[in-house]
Design a protein around this ligand. Structure first.
Ligand SMILES: CC(C)(COP(=O)(O)OP(=O)(O)OC[C@H]1O[C@@H](n2cnc3c(N)ncnc32)[C@H](O)[C@@H]1OP(=O)(O)O)[C@@H](O)C(=O)NCCC(=O)NCCS
Length: 210
């Protein structure tokens, strides 16, 4: 596998017809599981934020040497306003064969621009304590790690399609979705198994990258 440089992408709002392309790389992120397939329709219709995708601007090759055609959707992310001056980032996913090529960085630049345009002065997200890629991505935009916290979720065993237990990365789950589905859920518990970090940045002060 060859080291590859930045991949040129454009970022735009997601459309309904992006669904298949997005789910092709964002359905099995965590041990064969991801919540993006459940969240897609809701996020596309949501009016409290924006759902963004990145698509390639030029043909390229992925990490296995496979052809990546121009115009392929290769990443998504959602940003929402939790309060008039407070934005929340969630659901960022980059095609696994194209990570480390600045796609997440460019997507996050667009998210932060959107947040700043809404008047956000604070932007936050949570992530897994051990999710180095997510920590480093945040560091590129001056996110500061604030705290560890415990997650609270359904106390039920879950398995991936392969039959292996899923170590759900609570820190990377969507708090805005959990908040909506928390009522009436059976048997909730706290867990220490993957205590996530909370990060925050000042939207007015981050440096931009192209
Ligand atoms: C986290 C993620 C969005 C980063 O996107 P990306 O396009 O790979 O990131 P970039 O190429 O823009 O690189 C940003 C930084 O992350 C680092 N990085 C990216 N992938 C990494 C990995 N697997 N391990 C360690 N660092 C990684 C890059 O080296 C860079 O750090 P640097 O500034 O120290 O050089 C992507 O790896 C991904 O989709 N991961 C799975 C989903 C996920 O973890 N989402 C976040 C959940 S909260």
């Amino acid at each position: 596998m060859q080291a590859q440089g930045p991949l040129r992408v454009g970022v735009r709002r997601a459309r309904a017809d992006d669904k298949d392309a997005v789910l092709a790389f964002a359905s099995t992120t965590w041990d064969g599981w991801d919540y993006i397939p459940e969240a897609w329709d809701e996020w596309l219709a949501a009016t409290d934020g924006t759902l963004l995708v990145a698509e390639t601007m030029t043909p390229d090759r992925d990490a296995e040497g496979g052809v990546v055609e121009r115009g392929r959707v290769v990443a998504l992310a959602r940003v929402t306003m939790l309060a008039p001056a407070e934005a929340w980032l969630e659901g960022i996913r980059v095609d696994a064969a194209l990570r480390g090529r600045d796609i997440g960085t460019n997507l996050q630049v667009a998210e932060l621009a959107w947040a700043a345009a809404q008047g956000a002065t604070v932007v936050r997200y949570t992530t897994g304590r051990d999710n180095e890629g997510s920590h480093r991505l945040g560091a590129r935009h001056d996110f500061v790690r604030l705290a560890d916290r415990r997650a609270y979720g359904p106390n039920q065993p879950s398995e991936s399609p392969s039959g292996r237990p899923i170590r759900r990365p609570f820190g990377c789950s969507s708090p805005t979705r959990q908040r909506r589905s928390a009522t009436g859920g059976p048997d909730w518990r706290t867990t220490r198994s993957s205590a996530p970090a909370t990060a925050s940045t000042n939207a007015a002060a981050w440096p931009s990258r192209s």
